[in-house]
Design a binder for this molecule. Structure first.
Ligand SMILES: [Zn+2]
Length: 166
């Protein structure tokens, strides 16, 4: 008689958990993903999927991002990233993926949490963008050793060129 393999049972359990988590984080961040997709479609953006994230860019996306305070070069909304150009998408990928993970953690609360943090910092006379803990985490990831190649953290020294996180 063959004995059921404990290892293969564990493997399918782990695989099922990974699939469930994949589905859960997409549902949890879903409202923002839908907003990003809607903007992408309405503004005629070009779309590409990279590592499960929908990246969208185009001239009308760029025009929208330039109007945000602070002026943004890229903006993460759930599992979408809107950017001024394809080049910006690859430049900012490490930073924006941190925001994707933040949307996965915070879900619908991400927008209010980000804005409240910025408002609090602004009221305290601090930098509402650079000091925002969501941005602090994202900028820290750029300085991590794994992204040294090809992605110098100095590229965002111009405050007008920074991205916005939510
Ligand atoms: Zn950011």
């Amino acid at each position: 008689m063959g004995q059921p393999s404990y290892d293969s049972a564990m493997e399918s359990l782990i695989a099922a958990r990974i699939r469930l988590k994949w589905l859960w984080v997409r549902l949890w961040a879903g409202p923002y993903t839908l907003l990003g997709l809607t903007l992408g479609v309405l503004l005629g953006g070009r779309m590409q999927v990279v590592d499960g994230v929908i990246e969208i860019h185009g001239p009308r996306i760029a025009a929208l991002l330039r109007r945000l305070p602070p002026r943004a070069i890229a903006l993460t909304l759930g599992h979408t990233v809107l950017a001024q150009s394809e080049g910006v998408l690859s430049q900012t990928r490490v930073h924006e993926r941190v925001h994707v993970r933040q949307f996965q953690r915070w879900g619908p609360l991400m927008g209010p949490a980000y804005l409240l943090a910025s408002l609090y910092l602004y009221a305290r006379g601090r930098d509402y963008y650079r000091d925002n803990p969501f941005e602090v985490e994202a900028f820290a990831s750029e300085r991590a050793p794994h992204c040294e190649a090809g992605m110098p953290p100095t590229r965002r020294t111009d405050k007008d060129g920074v991205d916005e996180g939510s």
